[in-house]
Every structure is written in C-alpha cells, then in structure tokens.
Design a protein around this ligand. Structure first.
Ligand code: PHE
Length: 555
C-alpha cells in the first residue's frame, strides 16, 4: 500500500518552520489588513481573536491529531485519513475536499505569488522610481490585463507564473526534508527580517516627513482600538472567522498532510501551538504594522478604506510601490525588495504545502514516485491556473478564491469537526491530541472541541449561506416573519450561486455594451465553476479507483 511513501521530517524545528511557513502566507500581509480595514479596524480585532481561540486552536489540534493518526495507518491525504477514522463512505468522499481545495487554491495563489516575484524584479530594476502614483497603479492594471497589455511585455505575467510553478515543483520534487523543510529554513528567517524592517519603517513613519500626512501610529490605533459594539454584528464575525481559516490554513487538508509525516509517538500538541502562535505573531504584529500604517500615513484612513472596498490586492500592488519611492531611491528600492520579497517567501512556503496532499495521495494509492507526483501537481496548477491569468479581468480569479478559498474551507472544517468530536469521538480524539504531548492541553478544550467549535462552525456556515442584504440579521428575521421574504446579500453563498450580483448589474446597466460585457462575464463565472466542479469530480473518481484497488488487494 504505502510502502513507497516513507518520507518524514528531518527535525522538530524544521517541522515547526514548515508548518509555520504553511500558515504564514499572503493572507497575513495582504488579506488580514484589508479584512480589518473593511470591517472597522478595532471592531474586527475582538471577533478575530475570539475566533482564533474558539475555532482556530481547536481545529489546529484536531487536524494535527487526524494527520498523525492517519500517518500511523499509512495515509497522507484526507480521503483515506477520514476513512481510517470512520468507515462510512461519506467521509472518504468528504475527504476529497482536502485535495481539491489545495489544487484549486494553488492555481490562483501561484499566480499571485508570481506577481511578487515580478515586483521584486521591478523594485531592483528601478521600474517604479520615476513613476507617478497614477502610473504605478496603471502599471498594475495593465500587468493583470494580459490580453491587451501595454507594459511592452504582454507575456511577462505568464512567464513569471510559469517560473513560479517550476520553482515550486522543483522544490516539491526534492521531498519534505530535502525540499520543503529547506525552503522554510531559508524563507522564514528572511521573511522575519524583512518584516521587522518594514514594520519599523511603518511604526516610525512621521507626519510631515517624506511627504507623509499622518504618523504611522494613526493606522495602528485605528486597528487596535477595540470597539465592543461590533460584537453584535454577524457580518464582522463571518469575516473574522473566514480570516482565521485562511490564515491558519485550517479546513484545507494541508495540516493533516504535514502532520501525517510526524512519527506516531512524537508531540503534536506543542508543535501545533508553536506553529499557530507564530502565525498569529506574524499576522497581528507584523501584518498590522506594515500595510496599514504606511498606507494610512500617506493617504488617510477614509481614502484607504475606500480603496479596499473594491478588493484588497490593489493596496499592495497599485499603491505601495509608489509610497516606498517617497523614501528616496535607495531606501525605496530596499523597501520594495523587502516587501515583495517577504510576500514571496510567505507565498512559496504556503504553495509548497498545497502541493503535498495531492502528492501524498498519488504516492500512497498509486505508488507514484515523488518526482512524478510533484511534476503532475505542477502541470495541474498550470492548466487550472492559466484561466485565472488570462481571464483575470473577467473575474475567474475571484471565482476560484470564493469557492475554493473560502466556501470549501468552511464546509470541510464543519464536516471534520463533527467527524472528529462526534463520530470518531472525543474519547479517542482527546487521546490522539494528548498522546506524546509536551504540554498539558487545557481540559476546557475537550469541551470546546466537542460543543463550541462545531456549533460556531455551523453558525458561520449558515450565516455565509443566507447572509441578508441589509447585513442586519434581526431586522431580516423580523421581515421574514412578517411575510416580506428574505433579501440575500450579494455575498451570500446562495446569492452567488445564482449570480445575483451580476444580474442586478445587468438590470441597472443603461447601455448595451455594459450589458453585453456582463453577459460575457456570466459565461466566465459559470465556466470557472464548471471547471472547479470537474476537478472535484475527477479527484473523487481517483478516490473511487483507489478504493477499488484496495478491495482487490485485500481479496
Ligand atoms: N495560510 C495561507 C495564507 O495565509 C494560505 C494557505 C491556505 C496556505 C491553505 C496553505 C493552505 O496565505
């Protein structure tokens, strides 16, 4: 069965760095600040921390425990890890999420990662130095507009994308200790050094110096002045929970895969905490001390909030390169290299993690060699990623992010938390978490994992399905009971499914060109979903084949 797959981690510090590298990603530096800005700064931070304690930590322990448990039985990807926990067929196919999500997220994540490579290059080459703020923004807009690019190099985004995939694949083909672990040992310290440098620049930014309007502390205060009234706003809770999932990489199947290579008697309780808290340090300390203080220092809070309304990536790629230039040619170039270099290291240690469940699955079930498994991952990411590159403008990228990078995580996390606490059972579950533990796991977590985490996950899931248009749940429920129906928010899963947002835009569009463009967009959006669905079904079919193979071998 799994005789081919004899990988393991080289050292404990290597494992922790790899796990931290898995968690610390673009989410920490680009997604977190934007979520915080969009959800009211200090209003966001309390739900965020509560979600970390009540959903993040429990899921970390559960996923590490599931992973090591699966590894004992020779399984390194979620379909058969879940199968080892309960024999009902449902769980095996639920486990498909733990491969699917990684492949689909990797497809757009590697594209994003390739921008950071390109921007490191352009920072060194001095491309941004002579540009006005409009020109820097226009540079990005044309960069992602591959079909009609005016940067002179229409294929540049594609070249960097392919380079990025090649690099990922090459490292993956070197294996866990020889590739992933080494990359993390180089990337994580560099990331911290770059991060501390930029955080220092951010926090010490002075009003009036180098053209800044405000000091860096204005942005920090906005983020860290708690506002307790936000606790009653479900939208903010949803956003906070979503960020906790994404940043910790829970609900993905990656942690299970990494943990399945931990030796059966080795600690997981402390390791999980080390990696998880390291991620939180990088997110709430470094992640909040760079983008927001600098952007707010130059542009003011209102402008920055306005800018993030239309999505978060603009702030990092359209605005920051220009702001860095205000510090002079040399420091500006250094800051550019540090910022995009940091993003690159954060990104690659995460995208490497996304490759491992697919590889583990093929190695376990079909006896593939590691190199072959790695290259096949690269190929899938290329094929699945190209539509996000070429049709970025048409919304394919966002579609992947929504279904694979957001919805799937919640679905899978909910399912696995029920499996772990209620089907596998807390007795065995607790034993798995605490066995070999180098810390005493607080017993209150036994209760939290059993009741609180699944309940919260269910709330988050239902909330995301049916979020009301007004954002005000009590009012919406009141309207429902008075027979006025339920108006869904455009962001609700149910509304997205039926393209409520696009149809609304079509309705209000006045000229036929806009209408046509929106109708075309519908094609791309639906097409992306079909593609993702096909990938899911394809992986499920492979799981079916693997299952049949096992049966035949047993007979
Ligand atoms: N946690 C990573 C981030 O913050 C994203 C990621 C998700 C990585 C899933 C691996 C698996 O960017």
């Amino acid at each position: 069965m799994s005789s081919e797959n004899k990988e393991s981690w080289g050292s404990r510090i290597g494992l922790i760095l790899a796990m931290a590298g898995n968690a610390v990603g673009l989410g920490n530096f680009l997604r977190f600040p934007v979520q915080a800005l969009q959800n009211g700064g200090g209003a966001f931070i309390i739900p965020y921390l509560v979600c970390f304690l009540l959903m993040g930590i429990p899921l970390l322990w559960a996923e590490w425990a599931m992973g090591r448990f699966g590894g004992k039985h020779g399984h390194h990807s979620t379909p058969f890890i879940l199968d080892a926990m309960d024999k009902r067929r449902f769980w095996k196919y639920m486990g498909v999420f733990g491969i699917f999500t990684n492949v689909a997220v990797a497809a757009y994540y590697c594209y994003l990662e390739s921008w950071t490579m390109s921007y490191v290059y352009h920072s060194v080459a001095g491309t941004f130095a002579p540009m006005s703020s409009e020109q820097v923004a226009a540079f990005f807009d044309s960069y992602v507009d591959v079909k009609t690019s005016t940067t002179g190099l229409p294929y540049e985004p594609i070249i960097f994308f392919v380079l990025c995939i090649l690099l990922n694949t090459w490292i993956l083909s070197k294996g866990l200790s020889g590739g992933v672990e080494k990359a993390s040992k180089i990337g994580m310290p560099l990331l911290l050094i770059f991060g501390v440098f930029l955080a220092y620049k951010g926090v010490t930014l002075q009003a009036g110096e180098h053209g800044a309007q405000f000091s860096g502390l204005v942005g920090l205060n906005f983020l860290w002045t708690p506002q307790f009234d936000s606790l009653a706003n479900p939208q903010v809770w949803l956003a906070a929970a979503g960020q906790i999932f994404f940043t910790l990489s829970v609900g993905m199947g990656t942690i299970q895969c990494y943990a399945s290579y931990v030796r059966p008697k080795d600690d997981i309780a402390l390791n999980a905490m080390s990696a998880g808290w390291m991620n939180e340090f990088v997110e709430v300390v470094l992640g909040s001390a760079i983008l927001i203080p600098i952007a707010v220092g130059y542009l003011g809070i209102d402008k920055v909030i306005e800018m993030t309304k239309s999505g978060g990536l603009g702030l990092g790629f359209r605005t920051m390169p220009y702001l860095f230039q205000q510090w002079g040619a040399i420091v500006g170039a250094m800051a550019g290299v540090a910022f995009f270099g940091l993003l690159f290291f954060a990104g690659i240690t995460s995208s490497l993690a996304m490759g491992t469940p697919w590889m583990g699955f093929l190695q376990d079930e079909f006896g593939w060699k590691r190199e072959r498994a790695a290259w096949s991952f690269g190929l899938i990411v290329l094929v699945l990623g190209l539509p996000t590159v070429i049709f970025f403008q048409e919304g394919v990228f966002d579609e992947y992010d929504y279904w694979a990078g957001t919805v799937s995580l919640v679905v899978f996390a909910l399912a696995e938390s029920i499996l772990f606490a209620w089907v596998f059972g807390m007795k065995k579950g607790w034993h798995e978490i605490t066995q070999g533990a180098d810390i005493e796991v607080p017993t209150v977590y036994r209760f939290i994992i059993k009741y609180i985490t699944p309940a919260l996950l269910l709330l988050v899931f239902l909330g995301a399905m049916f979020a009301p248009a007004s954002g005000n749940w009590s009012e919406a429920i009141g309207l429902l009971f008075s027979g006025k129906g339920w108006a869904l928010s455009d962001g609700a899963i149910f509304a997205k499914l039926f393209n409520q947002d696009i149809y609304r835009q079509i309705e209000v569009a006045t000229d036929s060109a806009t209408k046509d463009a929106l109708h075309t967009k519908l094609w791309y959006v639906n097409g992306s979903r079909l593609l993702l669905l096909a990938v899911f079904v394809g992986i499920a079919y492979l799981v079916y084949l693997a299952q049949r193979k096992r049966k035949l071998q047993q007979a």
